[in-house]
Design a protein around this ligand. Structure first.
Ligand code: ZN
Length: 661
């Protein structure tokens, strides 16, 4: 019985075994059986009974002992030894050679096998021939068997502690079980390299660094890009010399905003009704109606739409989309209050911000809607999810002061104090929006059920908080992990599985909104170039402020020193492309081709501009270069688009496909 509780040492150790392809038939089932606590304790019990018999034999087998004892014991002993040998073979089959790597198991196995061989040898001797000499010899052999008592007791101890642990694990977290299995794998790994790998995995899990990226290991990244990422994406800068702490004066940057919450509600509000009428009139304007037909196109131009709607692009697009998907009726929303809410949200975006204004909110809303037109994403949504997505996109930068979280924290801004320096802006965008929503004039959710409202609120909060760039790398890594485990494809019917799956859907939506938020470099060159100009100007304004306050100027925020092409190339290469490659993979070929084509084309543009400046000594501003490039690309596309439709008409087939609305 080589084994007894021995299994506890090797048992789970063997479990990870080799790859499934090399698995011997029934091996896993036998392992599962042997690993059961009851089986372990039963085997130990048998060994203890055997020990008692061997002990009794030593006591009774004296000259004046019971005459029938010896022949009976010989047979019983042989029976036990055969049983133990069979058990040893079964364990070797189940766990492989790893089983005997354990010193106790090896000792046990040797004792059992030697005992069996000697026992058979002894029994085969003709009766009486070597009686006296072999009798003494056999006593020594049986004494050796008693040494096994030590191993059995040792294993009994192990079995008891493992049993206690197993009971505890039932209420523990999965990570404890994972660590236990990894620990066993490390102990029984066949090579040092494997052992080190397992130790490294355990270290990552234990220090909660599974989703942490070390930018310093990326040698292809410029120092400035690395500094930008370190400062803005929540990565710790471990350079001890880098002490940017400052005690510059505090500036108030954002108004508290939002209408006060009214206790009394009236069902009809003239002001809200007026907003609705204005919104409906705008939707019906011919030029707006024409643009709305293409609202789900990736190439939709938000700047043109804002112009056509007389500066009301966000209100009109959000209202149109919510209505278009039938959400007003399905979710029992108040039309007038919705129009009023959207209008006030739009008003809350600061027009003086070059970038974080209502046009950016509109752009993110359009991008999010574009992603939701794909079945892989839109097909997973309940009406409340879709409403949450559209609202989250519309409010995601509400009352943005045009300054980033780092600045607000460093200047001890009241918002930083309110939100404890954690996702300051994102917390404010969502909190201020809900404060506004709860005002009588704007509460379009009054007729919505309690549960639906709670779900809407939870999803909007999760999505808006997820736009904090601090979570970028964490999102990308988690997204990859989930993709590899097919988390977004399962459709279990079991209710517990459903709940898990809905969490995955919400995570997927958070990744979608974050992707929508950083989509600028993945847009057609003309639009991308315009956004670049605006975002860089907002960066520079903050840089000017930092300089005037005597603070160190943030990376890429210095208007005199920043190389815009390098900044954009780094932004594409390090942040946007890795996310888009993963994210668009779930949208299918069309989604990938539209987004990645623009992204790569823009990257090529910046590379070419950079080359001209450094190699040819060109002094042309990047804005001019990109404008020329955008025009050339548009002409080229128009020429290419004409060709297939001509061919199609010649062959009598239908012309260009209309993008599904
Ligand atoms: Zn944004």
């Amino acid at each position: 019985m080589a084994s007894t509780a021995s299994g506890l040492g090797a048992s789970q150790a063997g479990a990870p075994g080799g790859p499934p392809g090399r698995e011997l038939p029934g091996r896993r089932a036998i392992r599962t059986f042997l690993d059961k606590m009851k089986v372990e304790f039963a085997v130990i019990g048998v060994v203890i009974v055997y020990m008692v018999l061997v002990f009794a034999d030593l006591m009774l087998n004296e000259e004046d002992g019971i005459p029938w004892w010896n022949p009976v014991f010989q047979v019983v002993d042989l029976g036990f030894l055969i049983a133990f040998t069979l058990e040893l073979l079964v364990r070797l089959y189940a766990y492989g050679l790893v089983y005997v790597k354990d010193a106790l198991n090896m000792f046990d196995a040797i004792v059992v096998l030697v005992s069996l061989v000697l026992q058979i040898f002894f029994m085969l001797q003709p009766a009486g021939t070597t009686a006296t000499s072999s009798f003494g010899f056999m006593r020594i052999v049986r004494l050796i068997r008693l040494v096994r008592l030590f191993t059995v007791m040792n294993k009994l101890q192990k079995a008891r502690s493992a049993y206690k642990k197993a009971k505890y694990l039932r209420i523990g977290t999965p990570v404890e079980k994972v660590m236990e299995l990894l620990g066993q794998m490390r102990e029984t790994s066949e090579t040092d390299e494997d052992g080190q790998d397992v130790a490294w995995i355990m270290d990552l899990i234990a220090t909660d660094k599974l989703y942490t990226i070390d930018v310093r290991k990326n040698t292809s990244m410029s120092a400035e890009m690395s500094a930008f990422i370190t400062a803005n994406l929540g990565l710790k800068n471990e350079d001890p010399d880098d002490d940017t702490a400052t005690d510059a004066g505090s500036t108030t940057t954002a108004s508290s905003g939002g209408a006060p919450m009214l206790r009394q509600e009236s069902s009809y509000l003239p002001a809200a009704a007026e907003e609705l009428t204005r919104c409906q009139e705008l939707v019906e304007r011919p030029e707006v109606a024409e643009l709305l037909k293409h609202i789900a196109d990736w190439e939709f131009d938000p700047f043109a739409f804002v112009e056509a709607t007389q500066g009301n692009g966000l209100v009109v697009a959000a209202y149109h989309l919510i209505d278009h998907y039938g959400l007003i009726d399905k979710m029992r929303l108040s039309r007038s209050r919705l129009a009023s809410f959207l209008h006030q949200i739009q008003e809350g975006y600061r027009g003086e911000n070059p970038y974080h204004n209502a046009t950016h909110a509109l752009d993110v809303l359009l991008n999010m809607n574009y992603f939701l037109t794909f079945d892989a994403l839109g097909g997973l949504l309940k009406p409340v999810d879709r409403l949450a997505c559209l609202l989250a996109a519309a409010v995601h930068d509400f009352e943005h002061p045009g300054l980033n979280n780092n600045f607000l924290a460093a200047t001890k801004d009241p918002l930083a104090i309110t939100y404890n320096d954690r996702s300051i802006l994102e917390s404010h965008h969502v909190a201020a929006s809900f404060k506004l929503l709860l005002s009588d004039e704007c509460n379009f959710t009054r007729q919505m059920g309690r549960d639906a409202y709670a779900e809407l609120r939870a999803t909007v909060i999760q999505l808006v908080l997820g736009t904090d760039m601090k979570y970028h790398f964490e999102h990308v890594t988690k997204f990859k992990t989930k993709l590899s485990s097919n988390a977004f494809k399962h459709a279990e019917t079991d209710s517990a599985e459903r709940a898990v799956q809905h969490d995955d859907v919400k995570f997927l939506l958070a990744v979608a909104l974050h992707s929508a938020d950083i989509a600028n470099p993945a847009k057609p060159t003309a639009v991308c170039s315009k956004w670049t100009e605006l975002v860089m100007e907002e960066f520079f304004l903050q840089g000017d402020k930092e300089a005037s306050l005597g603070m160190p100027v943030s990376p890429f925020y210095d208007r005199e020193k920043t190389n815009v092409a390098q900044c954009q190339m780094g932004f594409i290469n390090v942040l946007v492309k890795p996310l888009y490659v993963e994210f668009t993979s779930i949208l299918g070929d069309k989604g990938i081709s539209e987004c990645l084509r623009c992204l790569e084309s823009n990257f090529d543009g910046w590379t070419e501009y950079q080359r001209r400046c450094t190699e040819d000594g060109a002094t042309e501003p990047w804005t001019e270069f990109m404008a020329t490039r955008a025009k050339e690309l548009a002409d080229e596309r128009a020429r290419l688009n004409r060709r297939p439709s001509l061919a199609a008409s010649l062959s009598g087939r239908a012309g260009a496909q209309v993008h599904p609305q």
